[in-house]
Design a protein around this ligand. Structure first.
Ligand SMILES: [Zn+2]
Length: 438
């Protein structure tokens, strides 16, 4: 018998006789094109309570969604119309302009102009609705250039680098982000039949046996690569993963090293970029669990005719990433060159060089081919200290002298990798397909 985890009423299709109507809950939000659903955990009414927070969470990723809009799989419901987003255009001379991004174009919020005396052109930049009128103002102001041609430019994205707002100006960012992650983790666990009592960090008991999501006490820890091999693959992820960007989940139990305790952890990866562990319980008494979910959000690229299936087998994904990384590494050893399409090839080649110097090529190759196995992928160890909160320690903290810098670099890199992928989709896909034909 299915019950709603919030109101604890029995779920039925019609919601009659004191039961509650079944709700098809998206475990990964529909707004970010999540496809994993459960109709056994939440009722329609309680699902509605979360819709405002869900919308806020989805909003955080709207930059990536807007940039990729035309390439995405179908959403289960809701509008896919273009949204207006704010951001900055960073110009080469350290200057930045407020911009609006809409339907694939980048407009300055305030129209402006430039006078090119060499070519006798007045260039006017702005949204087409405004520049027609604005050009009269400019012409009046500069009657000395009466004989100049006027060029109206709408899309200014090619003049510099566009940065759409992500956390900027959102005071609730951290809270919204944590809440969203905790909800995904908790609902994935509920869908895998974990009991409410077994998730003390993310579910709070209310009156009459009801429960509600809580995030204050939840432990949400960013994932960090465990080894140089894992780091190398992560830095080339947009290129070595044919279906990048992916959403992934892994719910697992592991021994904590303290007495016979086991913890229950959910790993969450969104857009192959935002990677976190949510600790659901550090003294879990239920059965051992190891459940996976993996999907792409990109619709069929280039090949066309086949219907799109977003669901992926994680073993296939991992094997492909290892094989493709191996091809790149082998070529690099011979030519000292990385594919041009990769982001920040300088840093990647430095990491490869450092690792070969430190571990030797043979060991590094073995790691690339062996490390990303299903056994350890998306898993990390939870360490417990008697006098402190349990904490996750990724091995990167042990093998590098400046883990914080590495962590910062990694997070920054992953964000920019996704951003760049969104802006250069066609170019990267084309290069990616070429590698698969090698
Ligand atoms: Zn309910």
């Amino acid at each position: 018998m299915d019950t709603c985890y919030v109101c604890r009423k029995t779920l039925t299709d019609d919601g009659a006789n004191g039961t509650a109507k079944r709700h098809k809950e998206h475990i990964i939000h529909n707004g970010i094109y999540g496809k994993l659903k459960s109709s056994t955990i939440l009722c329609e009414q309680c699902g509605g309570l979360y819709s405002k927070n869900d919308a806020k969470f989805v909003e955080l990723f709207s930059g990536f969604i807007e940039l990729l809009r035309e390439k995405l799989i179908n959403k289960d419901h809701g509008s896919t119309n273009a949204k207006r987003l704010k951001g900055f255009l960073y110009l080469p001379e350290d200057e930045k302009k407020d911009i609006e991004f809409f339907d694939g174009k980048t407009y300055p919020i305030t129209p402006y102009y430039e006078i090119d005396t060499d070519n006798k052109v007045i260039k006017i930049y702005g949204h087409k609705k405004r520049i027609i009128q604005y050009q009269n103002v400019v012409k009046k102001e500069h009657q000395e250039y009466n004989d100049y041609a006027v060029e109206l430019c709408e899309d200014i994205s090619t003049l510099g680098t566009v940065g759409l707002f992500f956390s900027e100006g959102n005071a609730e960012f951290n809270m919204t982000f944590r809440e969203g992650l905790c909800k995904i983790a908790t609902e994935f666990a509920l869908d895998c039949n974990v009991r409410i009592e077994d998730m003390p960090y993310t579910l709070k008991k209310g009156e009459n046996n009801t429960a509600i999501l809580k995030t204050e006490s939840a432990m949400v820890v960013p994932y960090m690569p465990h080894s140089a091999a894992e780091m190398t693959i992560a830095l080339m992820e947009d290129y070595v993963d044919q279906k990048y960007p992916l959403h992934k989940l892994r719910l697992y139990t592991e021994t904590t090293g303290v007495d016979d305790c086991r913890s229950l952890v959910c790993y969450i990866e969104l857009f192959s970029t935002f990677k976190y562990f949510v600790l659901l319980n550090d003294d879990y008494k239920g059965n051992d669990i190891d459940k996976w979910y993996c999907q792409t959000i990109i619709s069929e690229d280039n090949l066309g005719s086949n219907p799109v299936k977003p669901f992926l087998d994680i073993k296939t994904v991992l094997k492909e990433m290892r094989d493709r990384t191996y091809i790149i590494l082998s070529t690099y050893i011979k030519t000292k060159k990385l594919p041009e399409v990769l982001f920040d090839t300088k840093s990647i080649s430095r990491i490869i060089e450092d690792t070969i110097a430190e571990e030797g090529l043979e060991q590094f190759t073995r790691e690339i081919l062996g490390h990303l196995s299903v056994d350890n992928y998306m898993k990390t160890t939870v360490y417990h200290y008697e006098d402190a909160e349990p904490s996750f320690i990724s091995l990167i903290g042990q093998c590098h002298k400046t883990p914080i810098d590495k962590a910062r670099y990694y997070t920054f890199f992953k964000f920019n990798q996704l951003d760049r992928f969104c802006w250069n989709y066609n170019k990267i896909i084309e290069a990616r397909n070429k590698l698969s034909m090698v």
